[in-house]
Write a protein that binds this ligand. Structure first.
Ligand SMILES: [Zn+2]
Length: 363
């Protein structure tokens, strides 16, 4: 394969050239811009190969695709936020989870925030969700009708946890909730699932038989009406920073008990202090994120909407200038993680990692 013969040094020099094209060196002032203002203003992804840069809470991504507003087994919530974008491998996995969950007896997924079109820090909410590999999924079952736009903006989610005791409300929790989390944890690409400590405790107290998947279920503040599914760095993203592996045990012992002490719930002494996302400048993000901001986009959101294996991903809009784009152009095959001469950044895909691939033409 072509890309396997290219040395890492050669790849870095291609990257350096691409960044130079993007004018990185010529714009020192741009590095002082607040990253969330720039990334929060992006309406469309880059029409380039899918790649994550940096860490879940400090990075960006290229080649994002949108999950369609509706599928047979899901509906997107809060569409006005424009956060239904992710790495194609994550979007494909959410769709798969929605089908598997329905087969398990869950009525369908309500999809919360995934990422901004080019990731990066958000104007509001979430410290993570920056590199296209995090998704929030509601713990409220999907209604059996297609909701209007207005309903998706205003329908409230069901809070599953009592705010005072931090325990799950028993009248609301069902075996289907457990099955949904177990299914999400079953995929090898999923490294962590964040839930409220009360939900973790409910699982610790009730799951019988195979408990190995509890390792991936991690207690965290919030996450009382949704769970947060995080997948690992994908092939073709050499500059994606992996998160430390979770400990090997089920996490039901001491670390969980800490959540049921006073300590995690003490009022914030300085609630008005700026958050990390408020302070993050372009200079704090991986340098490739400047090129991500400057890269060309597709003609429309629809052109970058993921429609399973049959439709090419993220077709670029006609370039206004003849010069080379700052990130390599994408083709359906490169977006699918396959080697492509056009895609100088894409590393050789690892064998056995499921990424969307084009379906062979019908015979
Ligand atoms: Zn989340």
């Amino acid at each position: 394969m072509k890309s396997s013969t290219r040395s890492p040094g050669a790849r870095n020099s291609v990257l350096a050239a691409a960044l130079a094209l993007a004018g990185l060196a010529a714009q020192p002032a741009a590095a002082e811009e607040r990253a969330k203002d720039l990334f929060g203003a992006e309406k469309l992804p880059t029409a380039t190969a899918a790649q994550s840069f940096g860490f879940y809470s400090k990075g960006c991504f290229s080649g994002g695709v949108a999950i369609p507003m509706d599928g047979p087994t899901w509906q997107v919530m809060r569409p006005s936020r424009n956060r239904r974008w992710g790495h194609p491998a994550l979007i494909a996995l959410i769709e798969r989870l929605s089908r598997d969950a329905v087969a398990d007896g869950w009525p369908g997924l309500l999809i919360g925030d995934i990422a901004q079109p080019r990731g990066g820090p958000m104007l509001t909410g979430h410290a993570s969700h920056q590199i296209g590999l995090d998704a929030d999924i509601w713990l409220t079952p999907m209604p059996d009708r297609t909701m209007t736009r207005a309903q998706r903006e205003t329908m409230s989610a069901t809070l599953m946890v009592d705010e005072k005791t931090h325990l799950v409300k028993d009248a609301l929790w069902t075996p289907q909730h457990t099955a949904l989390l177990k299914r999400a944890a079953s995929y090898p690409q999923v490294e962590r699932i964040l839930v409220n400590p009360g939900i973790k405790k409910k699982l610790c107290d009730t799951v019988k038989g195979d408990r190995s998947w509890l390792r991936k279920i991690r207690p965290f503040w919030g996450h009382d009406y949704h769970f947060h599914m995080r997948v690992g760095c994908q092939p073709g993203s050499p500059n994606c920073k992996a998160q430390e592996a979770t400990p090997d045990d089920d996490g039901c012992g001491k670390p969980l008990a800490w959540w049921f002490t006073q300590e995690p719930w003490r009022p914030n002494k300085n609630p008005d202090a700026p958050k990390a996302r408020d302070l993050m400048m372009m200079a704090n993000l991986p340098k490739e994120c400047r090129a991500v901001l400057d890269a060309p986009g597709p003609a429309s959101a629809e052109a970058a909407t993921y429609h399973g294996d049959t439709v090419p991903i993220a077709v670029a809009a006609p370039a206004p200038e003849p010069e080379a784009p700052s990130l390599p152009a994408v083709t359906a095959s490169s977006a699918a993680g396959l080697p492509s001469a056009l895609n100088a950044f894409t590393a050789t895909p690892e064998v056995g990692v499921p990424v969307p691939r084009p379906r062979p033409p019908a015979k």
